[in-house]
Design a protein. Structure first.
Length: 546
């Protein structure tokens, strides 16, 4: 039987083993746990119908002279690399109050999950970019076992540099390559390039790659859509809750913030740009995690240092401007939000010192959100109409920084898409139990000033069908429905599955069909534009930070 070309390397490996062990007198089927990449062979693990390759290096370790440089190719290997355990997560600070560091600077690894059975044709590929505000997280956020096994797709999850190591802009670093910052995004770009070059060895289709991610991962996806560097590396995009920071800082703004942030390291006065860069690279990696939280750019509180920037190389313009001008990758889009995007962030800021009616406008709207028209905002979101002022501010936060930003960007994207590509939008409204999810909300204790609801990140486990207890049978069914739609979008550019509800409507600026996802009402479309006051927010300056 003639096998598909994507599996021929397995046959060659098996034949070599047979010749070595049995004198060439017998043949054996290909080993599904072996794959030949451009850097060398890798061996994974098969279990429960899935083969996983964990900790595959996609670029050289960004250490020493490679710190704060674009990722370099992974070195070639002569020996078979065992890929049975995940590689180190990228260096990051732990939770307050200690911010204990974890992870490693040597962290550019990815994981691959695919069905064990040899495919009849190359499989669609989903590349997952984890969230975590560009300061925490790892490829472990997405376990592709269920998605790959139950939906016949390949899932690739990746690490990328975080915090200062991933996003520091500094004049001394710019002098080396006419740009700095965005190193974490260039890591993601390198991972996408690696997938395009190597995924056929795992049974995947390099021409059918969907990029996805939630929160910071969602903003990353939007950034790749706008980036000339990432053009041609993916065929579809599925960002989740990634509509914040739509107007990115300039390189000059980011360099000034980087100089300020690096001041305690004493490198700024080391001499020439080359000497300053050498001083920065000689620092212990953990030194770059000072305080864990970057300072605001320009002192306004509206631009944060560890975010994508318009560096002139990876991004030549802000994402919102790229979408409104039509200068972006025009691929099928599946995007959306959770209903209560702001509850986590307001709880993190004001859970222990709740807002009052008197502080709602000056401290919450003007101070925390940096909005110049607090009275107008308060008139639309009067605190008396909510259980607490914290709950009111959470609604403002979510509508302004995430939901309406995504709808406005998707209006522009949908207007520019060719007839062969459609946009689809959802709102996840399932009021998940507080302890149910590998989510941001689990990092905070419950408090009486806010109800989390469908909080930021609560949908991630549903899309990947990786639910944790406690769950209800209806929620498990919702996860299966959502993951099937997700996989179908990766296969065809359309999340609809024939004969299966819910049915998604193609999104347009005139129709704005938004599918509501809950275990009770996943067939209903909602007026997200009206419910989230987008008529007001569309007229405001785009959000610039998470």
């Amino acid at each position: 039987m003639i096998r598909s070309i994507v599996w021929r390397h397995f046959a060659l490996v098996a034949a070599a083993l047979a010749l070595a062990g049995c004198g060439g007198g017998s043949s054996t089927p290909p080993d599904p746990t072996l794959a030949q990449t451009q850097q060398g062979a890798v061996k994974g693990t098969a279990a429960n119908g899935v083969v996983q390759f964990l900790g595959v290096p996609y670029a050289a370790a960004p250490t020493g002279a490679l710190r704060w440089k674009a990722p370099a190719p992974a070195p070639a290997r002569a020996a078979v690399l065992e890929t049975k355990t995940a590689g180190a997560q990228c260096l990051q600070a732990g939770p307050p109050p200690t911010f204990t560091p974890s992870g490693s600077e040597d962290c550019l690894f990815l994981n691959i999950y695919r069905p064990e059975a040899a495919p009849a044709a190359p499989l669609p590929v989903i590349v997952a970019i984890h969230g975590g505000g560009f300061v925490l997280g790892s490829s472990a956020f997405q376990d592709g076992t269920s998605l790959a096994k139950n939906n016949n797709v390949i899932l690739v999850s990746i690490n990328y540099r975080l915090s200062a190591l991933g996003f520091l802009a500094h004049p001394a670093l710019t002098a080396e390559n006419a740009a700095s910052g965005n190193y974490g995004l260039m890591d993601q770009n390198a991972a996408l390039a690696w997938v395009k070059q190597n995924i056929s060895a795992f049974g995947g289709d390099p021409a059918n790659v969907t990029i996805t991610g939630g929160s910071a991962g969602g903003l990353s996806v939007f950034s790749h859509m706008a980036s000339p560097m990432s053009s041609g590396l993916f065929a579809k995009a599925a960002p989740q809750s990634g509509g914040f920071s739509r107007l990115q800082a300039t390189l000059a703004q980011s360099e000034a913030a980087g100089v300020s942030f690096a001041a305690p390291w004493t490198c700024n006065s080391a001499g020439t740009n080359a000497q300053i860069a050498a001083c920065l690279r000689a620092l212990p990696a953990t030194t770059t995690l000072v305080g864990a939280v970057p300072p605001p750019i320009g002192g306004t509180g509206n631009l944060s240092a560890w975010l994508p920037i318009v560096d002139g190389k990876f991004l030549t313009t802000s994402t919102s401007l790229a979408f409104s001008s039509g200068n972006f990758a025009k691929v099928p889009l599946m995007t959306g939000v959770v209903e209560d995007e702001g509850t986590f962030f307001v709880s993190a800021a004001f859970g222990q010192a709740p807002l009052s009616a008197a502080t709602y406008e000056p401290v919450g709207i003007a101070g925390f959100l940096g909005l110049a028209n607090p009275t107008a905002v308060s008139a639309l979101y009067p605190p008396a109409s909510y259980a607490t002022p914290n709950q009111a501010l959470a609604r403002v936060y979510g509508d302004f920084r995430v939901t309406c930003g995504i709808l406005q960007d998707t209006d522009n994207i949908a207007n520019a898409l060719p007839a062969t590509a459609k946009a689809y939008v959802y709102q996840f409204s399932e009021k998940a139990p507080y302890t149910n999810a590998l989510s941001l909300a689990n990092r905070l204790p419950p408090n009486n000033n806010i109800t989390y609801g469908a909080f930021h990140g609560a949908d991630v486990n549903y899309w990947f069908d990786q639910m944790t207890s406690p769950t209800t049978p209806a929620q498990l069914q919702l996860a299966q429905t959502m993951s099937k739609a997700f996989a179908n979008f990766a296969k065809s550019g359309n999340p609809n599955v024939d004969g299966t509800l819910p049915q998604w409507q193609a999104y347009s600026a005139s129709q704005r069909g938004v599918l509501n996802l809950t275990h009770a009402a996943s067939t209903a479309n909602v007026d997200a534009y009206g419910a989230h006051q987008c008529g007001f927010w569309y007229g405001q300056p785009p959000s610039t930070r998470l």
